[in-house]
Design a protein around this ligand. Structure first.
Ligand code: NDP
Ligand code: OXD
Length: 306
């Protein structure tokens, strides 16, 4: 079995070493233009040339959960695209989102500012019943986040494409129930895949439906959010703030207003990092299952785009 590795913005040697250790019978090579056609590929945002040359691939294993960059490319007809299923990301996402929710709910930024001024001050305790958290996307990551938020007794709502039943989470599904979900939400968390259906879902019309003083947490993809709509609603006071981990252009350009907006907290796409060891173990197991003709979890449906 021949495996080619083509991962943008990634130190590739540790991936090659790890894959060689996990798949001792296989030939594992870093892709170069003109390289022999492989059976499987391990990729992150590969160039179109790679996919055009590797026309016989059986499996394309993405080293992330989101496959939006891949779905924009022309893929070999023979290949199935496989995303990472959790691989250590869901616990990171749960801690990141819970931290952002609690930081906002407990007004920790306000306390930090007070302390910086040498002020010993108390704020009135707020009722968590007044801070329902709405999670858009109830997949591998969204469900873990929703369950973690329930542990802190926040009312939790969820929205997905197909209907779901999740203990302690009020579930909404499809475009017909989006408004009902939004009007009940005070803290909005985006954990959707980026597809033609979800791009720009956090636009002015939808964000305006959130409860007054709402807070927005985007940990999915930058293009889910319409940047100028967010800023307009922060500036007119409808939204109280936002925690943004993902952006339309990454790294976030130095001149982008998000950097300096007083109500926006920026992090550099770090809410759930790909963990190399866990990811290699998962990819190797799936590759071998595919070779044996067994079912492989996490195969992307190109029609849905995730
Ligand atoms: P999943 O594919 O497991 O879950 C996606 C969820 O979104 C599903 O519940 C799905 O509904 C729902 N969904 C998809 N399309 C729609 C739609 N049109 N309307 C309503 N709901 C929809 O993905 P993961 O949970 O693994 O990951 C989610 C995203 O998080 C990734 O695609 C990636 O972009 C982002 N991510 C960000 C990271 C970061 O560091 N910032 C790290 C990892 C991932 P249904 O269940 O009905 O199919
Ligand atoms: C992913 C990511 O999709 O890191 O896994 O954003």
């Amino acid at each position: 079995m021949r495996v080619t590795v083509c991962c943008a913005n990634t130190k590739i040697e540790p991936w090659l070493d790890g894959l060689r250790a996990a798949l001792p019978g296989a030939t594992i090579e870093a892709w170069q233009p003109g390289a022999p056609v492989a059976d499987h590929a391990v990729v992150w945002a590969p160039p179109q040339q790679f996919l055009d040359e590797q026309a016989g691939l059986k499996g394309i294993f993405n080293i992330g959960a989101g496959v939006d960059a891949l779905m924009k490319l022309r893929l070999p007809a023979s290949a199935r695209v496989v995303r990472l299923d959790d691989a250590g990301m869901s616990v990171q996402m749960a801690e990141f989102v819970c931290h952002a929710v609690i930081r906002h709910f407990r007004e920790l930024d306000g306390y930090e500012a007070d302390v910086a001024q040498g002020r010993w001050s108390y704020r009135k305790p707020r009722s968590r019943a007044e801070f329902p958290v709405g999670v858009m996307g109830l997949g591998v990551l969204g469900v873990r986040v929703a369950r973690a938020l329930r542990q802190f007794d926040f009312p939790v709502l969820g929205w997905s494409r197909s209907p779901k039943t999740i203990d302690g989470v009020e579930c909404f599904a499809g475009p017909a129930q989006l408004d009902a979900f939004l009007v009940r939400t005070r803290i909005l968390v985006c954990l959707l895949p980026l597809t033609p259906d979800t791009e720009g879902v956090m636009n002015r019309a939808n964000l305006a439906k959130l409860q007054p003083g709402a807070y927005v947490i985007n940990v999915a993809r930058g293009a889910h959010l319409v940047d100028e709509d967010l800023i307009a609603l922060l500036d007119n006071g409808h939204l109280a703030g936002a925690a943004l981990d993902v952006f339309r252009t990454e790294p976030l350009p130095a001149e982008h207003p998000f950097w300096r907006h007083p109500k926006i907290a920026v992090t550099p796409h770090t809410s759930a990092r790909t963990l190399r060891q866990e990811s290699i173990a998962q990819i190797a197991a799936k590759m071998l299952a595919m070779e044996r003709g067994e079912p492989v979890p996490g195969v992307v449906d190109p029609g849905r785009g995730y």
